[in-house]
Design a protein around this ligand. Structure first.
Ligand SMILES: O=C(O)c1cc(=O)[nH]c(=O)n1[C@@H]1O[C@H](COP(=O)(O)O)[C@@H](O)[C@H]1O
Length: 266
């Protein structure tokens, strides 16, 4: 089953639209073993409320080699829990280098099921990522309108809409309910969601910024299709560090966010 199909099946079966972000901050732990144990615990306790999991590569890269080992463990544990994995790497480069990124993160030993990608170098540079995702039944999430306030410096003036049109074009010929080419649109831009939903009718929308960045579940309904599919709202700190390192608090935060998203959909 493709990433898009597996994710949508899980959303329907478990009635959850929550993506749990794993952003393990080294400063929060005594040592690497403590970080590892807490990260795997957060994954396990939140899995029943999650549609998917999104490890942020920066935090694993920051740990050096042990970070790569932990990332592999996280991906393996997620698979055992039935959770599709989105690697948040925001990769993008000239085509030949993009090909290496795509090999590493969408088909190599550390590969996830999906990867976030940056279109800044041009639409043609997305091709290696899209091809690798297709070959592996995976997906890419192209940055369309990011959650940060200063996104408008470069993404304003119609740029986000142009990227959205390219996302729709890239996914147009694919079979299945949702394409393997999705889009990132910040949960912090609720007023724009309906327009992006319309511009990319078959794209999965990843909505980061829930919680710590001010995104509110109650405002995200326009990103979804009738029946509550087609989008995922993502929270990292608000789940992983809901109350310090208390994993019971993480589980309850995931449960609450899942419920709030469902309530928003009526
Ligand atoms: O691609 C992402 O997930 C992403 C895109 C975006 O526009 N904004 C954004 O915050 N993210 C990532 O989502 C996570 C947000 O973390 P929290 O603010 O703690 O929920 C971080 O790992 C960010 O790198």
């Amino acid at each position: 089953m493709t990433f898009a199909a597996a994710l949508t099946e899980r959303t329907r079966r478990l009635q959850t639209r929550l993506c749990v972000g794993l952003d393990p901050r080294p400063g929060a732990y005594r040592d690497a073993a403590h970080l590892r144990a807490h990260t795997l615990d957060v994954l396990e306790v939140t899995a029943p409320f999650a549609a998917c999991v999104k490890p942020q590569l920066a935090f694993f890269e920051a740990l050096g080699l042990p970070g790569f080992a932990l990332l592999e463990e996280v991906c393996a544990a997620a698979r055992l829990l039935g959770l599709p994995v989105i690697l948040d790497g925001k990769r993008g480069d000239i085509g030949s280098t993009a090909q290496a990124y795509a090999q590493g993160w969408l088909s190599g030993p550390h590969a996830g099921d999906a990867l976030t990608v940056n279109p800044f170098l041009g639409f043609g540079t997305l091709t290696p990522f899209v091809e690798a995702a297709r070959a592996n039944g995976g997906a890419v999430f192209v940055l369309v309108k990011t959650s940060n306030p200063d996104q408008a410096d470069l993404q304003g003036g119609g740029v986000s809409e142009r990227v959205a049109a390219e996302v729709a074009r890239l996914g147009a010929g694919e079979e299945g309910e949702y394409a393997g080419v999705g889009a990132v649109v910040g949960a912090t831009h609720p007023r724009d969601l309906a327009a992006f939903r319309a511009l990319m009718p078959r794209a999965l929308l990843l909505l980061p910024g829930l919680g710590a960045q001010g995104g509110a579940a109650a405002e995200l309904a326009p990103a979804f299709h009738p029946g509550g599919t087609g989008a995922l709202a993502s929270a990292s700190r608000a789940v992983g560090y809901a109350d310090g390192l208390d994993v019971t608090a993480s589980r309850e935060a995931a449960r609450r966010l899942r419920d709030e998203l469902n309530a928003a959909l009526g």
